[in-house]
Design a protein around this ligand. Structure first.
Ligand code: 5AD
Ligand code: SF4
Length: 474
């Protein structure tokens, strides 16, 4: 089933979807009456912040329809929101589907759905259709706003729904969302990616870059701030190129300034930044605006100029180091984190040493390290000279050792300081303790009443424990 209404506007589309929500609610209410209990739904999310954000939208719609949202997969409706950025993310889904089929054997009315990046790959959908026949619903990343309509098709007509689009130019606003935290909120400012880094599947599964209108973003933030949100995370695959394609172009730095003007909002973060598009204007705005958190996630991927070129990253090792210097000159205590790939095709020991050299020079506060994963359809998958596993493992371990030692030393630097901390949750291990986050994104555990979750308080960082602090509220 595929209904493609490219002609209608996003506001009309929102209304259409609200209509489907209403129709679904009627069906669910009558099912509930028959069963004598509430129907439950569970969304399991894999992958990045974008997927987590999409899942909030799916949960919002399901909850409006009348489902009770639960964490457990023993539910009447289960959706896996999938990731395919690396192969093991992909394999995990097939494993988990086996487990779901067992649950469905006991509850044949259960609805199983799959969505997200993996579903934008044709060979995946073919495999699911052929070998995982118990899956009732498949949709992709471009038509997630039609979720209510797809659910209606299943509930009303009781047949399988496979609906995957190749792309979209649409941004549909104002559908319901469930907020995981009452005090912090992620806001999409753009969708898709145009960079085509040669190893990366994201541009193929998330489509071309589309920026939301600044007014829509500001209105959404204002409305959540009114309900108690104090921290906003602006989300996009490459936030530094935000606004370039809008009818009235605006830079990301200008958007940030507008966001910071919102009364009641206390903290603003953003991710992800691409080094090639990080402007001096942005650094300047960050340095002068106290609401912007002192945190920068700046993926390096490799320190070798030769590999950066093969990766299609459009910067050199020296460009990157200069950028870090500018950031640190303007914002001395900024926390810098990164993503690094080990074992890109043809990576030599010399190339790897260049990466290690950047790590030593930048001294990251934290770093996510990934073993290169071949994604079919990307240019890198066709490259010769894929690196043997034992060589990659050895480099990966050396890199991790270096990163861990540095981040341990870096946490020590703030020991004894008093920092402002947003209290985020009850501590999972220590009774009577909470966990909070510093402006630079480090985490601290301290004694405090959980009633105060969502407040920003001053905390002395008594002891650096490697990757976190033990502190005391003052
Ligand atoms: N193999 C390994 N890591 C990858 N990433 C993206 N594609 C791949 C791949 N094929 C990493 C990059 C990116 C992060 C989100 O995932 O480091 O910044
Ligand atoms: Fe992938 Fe590169 Fe786009 Fe990031 S910037 S999503 S790594 S293509």
């Amino acid at each position: 089933m595929s209904i493609d209404n490219k002609e209608i506007t996003s506001t009309e589309e929102t209304e259409i979807q609200y209509d489907y929500i209403k129709k679904c609610r009627e069906i669910i209410t009558s099912k509930e009456a028959k069963l004598g209990r509430k129907l439950t739904a569970s969304i399991v999310t894999f992958g990045c912040q974008m997927n987590f954000k999409d899942s909030e939208k799916l949960e919002g719609i399901l909850s409006e329809i009348g489902y009770e949202i639960i964490e457990d997969e023993h539910a009447d409706l289960v959706i896996y929101n999938t990731c395919t950025v690396r192969e093991n993310a992909n394999l995990k889904i097939y494993g988990r589907l086996g487990y779901l089929s067992k649950i469905k054997e006991k509850n044949p009315d259960m609805i199983i759905g799959l969505c997200g990046c993996m579903m934008q790959e044709k060979h995946v959908v073919e495999k699911i259709k052929k070998s995982y026949k118990f899956v009732d619903l498949i949709f992709g990343t471009h038509n997630i706003f039609k979720f209510a309509e797809l659910i209606y098709e299943i509930l009303y007509k009781n047949h399988k729904v496979y609906d995957i689009w190749d792309g979209t130019d649409k941004i549909v606003e104002n559908l319901p969302v469930i907020r995981k935290y009452p005090f912090k909120f992620g806001v999409n400012i753009m969708f898709g990616c145009n960079n085509f880094c040669s190893y990366c599947i994201v541009p193929y599964v998330r489509g071309r870059e589309r920026s939301r209108n600044p007014e829509e973003i500001i209105n959404e933030i204002k409305s959540v701030v009114k309900t108690g949100v104090v921290e906003i995370m602006l989300l996009g695959q490459n936030v530094n190129s935000y606004g370039k394609t809008l009818d009235e172009p605006i830079t990301f730095a200008q958007l940030l300034e507008k966001v910071c003007e919102i009364d009641g909002l206390k903290r603003v973060r953003f991710m992800t930044s691409h080094p090639k598009d990080l402007s001096d204007e942005l650094i300047e705005v960050m340095a002068r605006n106290p609401k912007i958190c002192k945190q920068m996630h700046l993926p390096l991927q490799s320190g070798s100029d030769r590999l950066l070129k093969l990766m299609n990253r459009h910067y050199t090792k020296d460009d990157y180091l200069l950028l870090v210097k500018k950031l640190r000159d303007a914002i001395p205590d900024i926390g810098i984190s990164t993503d690094i790939i080990v074992g890109f095709p043809s990576e030599t020991e010399e190339d790897f040493k260049e990466t290690l050299d950047v790590v030593k020079k930048v001294r990251y506060d934290s770093a996510f390290t990934f073993i290169y994963s071949k994604r079919s359809g990307t240019p890198a998958a066709e490259m010769e000279d894929q690196i043997p596993k034992d060589v990659i493992d050895d480099r990966f371990n050396r890199l991790l050792k270096e990163i861990n030692e540095i981040s341990k030393e870096k946490t020590k630097l703030l020991e004894g300081n008093v920092e402002s901390v947003l209290i985020e949750e009850k501590n999972k291990k220590l009774d009577g303790y909470v966990t909070g986050r510093l402006s630079n994104n480090s985490v601290v555990h301290f004694k405090c009443d959980e009633e105060r979750i969502g407040e920003i308080v001053d905390v002395r960082l008594n002891e650096a424990k490697g990757f976190y602090y033990m502190g005391e509220m003052i």
